[in-house]
Design a binder for this molecule. Structure first.
Ligand code: ACM
Ligand code: ZN
Length: 544
């Protein structure tokens, strides 16, 4: 009897394996590779009999192989083994290897009947090839995937491909930051700009100044909505220990993402002033901000103590974050207190400055300190208003003109204009239940997609100073991870094409590729806005 059951089940297994139709992969992915050339010849059939092979003994390549295996297991359920090998192009294998003659972020993929080969200029290039492959594979539990013969050759348009997340106005856990980094990796992004301090909360442990976190990381209430008169009077707080920050840096590094920390100075410092009131012009008392916007109380630039304080903070930060850059903020700094403060007046006079131009003196001192410690600075475009050194990199946020002018003057520039790259703006002009942001105007997916960072009329020299593009997710009104994801997606996908792809733009074709990509968002548990797919919008009342 037992033998009959075994034989029947064997026959059933044979029937199902031989008849299950192959599910086809598609190279219609986001961001679009520079060149996809379909080849004649039979496709490659990916199944659980396929192996992943990495060439060489490099740790990064071994990890890349594991990434690929994990992605494929998640997308298809197929679990592939990973092994080191000495030669290229193994049979029935996905082989990943490097070729140092290619650019660092460049990769190619070749698929034929015998197998798949992903070649990168470095392990980083291979990682982008792996992202392309995992997005080409269909989200489908199957053991039989058909990949058409192809040659893909790809490299990024811009070297700096960033996302900024504000973790001061609202605090996000280490686990969420990792999930966000995974989303960045999916989009071939390589810089996570981490906004760690602001008026409403100081979020990074600084060992020399423990009150920054014991006092500065907590506010005793938050204004409800758009600076209404109502305060929720609930304590809100959180911060990252230095060990947690290091954990994030390492997690990002493994995904070829550099973490650039931002300490916003000399304005947006209310949380630090609450902890150390002697750093302000009036001496306080100060409290961690409850409302959004700009506060008049800033660091006292006439007090030597603030330079020692900032240098100590930047020194500890430099030990945690190996990135070449530190972002020193510099935006929205009112000068009223400096104009009234005898100490600030004295320093301004000594250097032939006024309250209005004093910030440049501060910026140059911070830059000199960081340069001496092997770092470079990035600042928001307001730092251009002081007489600052050309070596400072400018993040252009108040439109694009400041960035274009800075690039003409020889500054390196990262484009991050409110007009295209502020992802805390709504995604539609029709107010919806899901989009409570009170910011004026809206930025649709199509608008982001249409952004051209190298404006006509810029000189070739200035264009060469545009390092890349970044979007900013400010979180005054985004209090939970789902809101951050919803405001990020799918605009982040549109941004990734601005950052990565050189191909002519076609929103209709992009939308089709993006629609396919949403199955991956769903699989990975990301919340995304549905304006491009209104039929998918659900009303909270529909289920009742
Ligand atoms: C900024 O949005 N204040 C840089
Ligand atoms: Zn002062």
């Amino acid at each position: 009897m037992n033998r009959i059951i075994i034989i029947i089940s064997l026959i059933m297994t044979m029937i199902t394996t031989t008849t299950s139709a192959a599910v086809k992969a598609s190279y219609d992915i986001v961001p679009l590779p520079a060149s996809i050339s379909m080849q004649k010849g039979e496709p490659f059939m990916l199944s659980s009999a396929t192996r992943i092979v990495y060439v060489g003994s490099d740790e990064a390549m071994k990890r890349n192989a594991k990434f690929l295996a994990d992605y494929l297991a998640q997308t298809t359920g197929i679990k592939l083994s990973t092994n080191a090998a000495s030669g290229k192009a193994q049979k029935n294998a996905i082989t990943i290897c490097t070729d140092s003659k290619m650019g660092e972020e460049t990769y190619s993929i070749s698929v034929d009947k015998k197998g798949i080969v992903v070649t990168g200029g470095s392990a980083k290039g291979v990682f982008y090839g792996i992202q392309t492959l995992r997005k080409s594979v269909p989200v489908s539990k199957t053991d039989n995937i058909e990949l058409s013969a192809v040659r893909i050759a790809d490299q990024p348009r811009f070297g700096y491909r960033g996302m900024m997340l504000d973790c001061s106005r609202h605090f996000f856990t280490v686990d969420f930051i990792k999930k966000y980094l995974d989303l960045m990796a999916m989009h071939n992004m390589n810089v996570f700009h981490w906004h760690l301090t602001d008026d409403q909360g100081w979020r990074i442990e600084i060992k020399k100044y423990p009150r920054l976190t014991s006092i500065g990381s907590k506010r005793s209430g938050t204004i409800v909505g758009f600076n209404s008169m109502v305060d929720d009077q609930r304590e809100y707080g959180g911060f990252y220990t230095q060990d947690q920050a290091r954990e994030i840096v390492e997690y990002a590094r493994q995904r070829y993402i550099t973490v650039i920390p931002e300490i916003d100075m000399p304005g947006h410092m209310k949380a630090a002033l609450a902890a150390y009131p002697e750093l302000g012009c009036t001496g306080g008392p100060y409290e961690v901000g409850h409302r959004w916007g700009i506060y008049l109380d800033v660091l006292c630039l006439g007090n030597e103590k603030i330079y020692a304080f900032c240098e100590d903070v930047l020194k500890e930060l430099s030990d945690i974050f190996p990135a070449e850059y530190v972002h020193i903020g510099g935006d929205e700094t009112p000068t009223e207190r400096w104009a009234e403060c005898p100490k600030c007046q004295a320093v301004a006079k000594e250097h032939g400055l006024t309250a209005k131009t004093l910030q440049g003196y501060f910026t140059n001192r911070m830059e000199r300190f960081l340069n001496q410690n092997g770092k470079r600075i990035i600042g928001w475009d307001e730092i251009l208003e002081g007489d600052i050194n050309q070596s400072a990199t400018i993040m252009s946020w108040r439109g694009t003109a400041n960035g274009e002018k800075a690039a003409e003057k020889g500054h390196d520039v990262i484009m991050s204009p409110t007009t295209y790259c502020y992802f805390d703006f709504c995604q539609t002009d029709t107010s919806t239940l899901y989009e409570p942001s009170p910011r004026d105007g809206f930025i649709s997916v199509e608008k982001v997609y249409g952004y051209e960072p190298l404006a006509e009329g810029m000189s070739e020299k200035a264009k060469s100073h545009i390092l890349g593009v970044q979007a900013n997710v400010w979180t005054e009104y985004l209090a939970c991870p789902q809101a951050v994801e919803y405001y990020s997606l799918p605009r982040m996908s549109a941004l990734s094409e601005v950052q990565w792809s050189s191909a002519p733009k076609d929103f209709g074709a992009f939308k089709q590729r993006l629609t396919r990509m949403t199955s991956l968002f769903k699989l990975c548990g990301y919340t995304y806005a549905h304006h491009l797919w209104p039929e998918e919008m659900i009303s909270p009342w529909e289920d009742n």
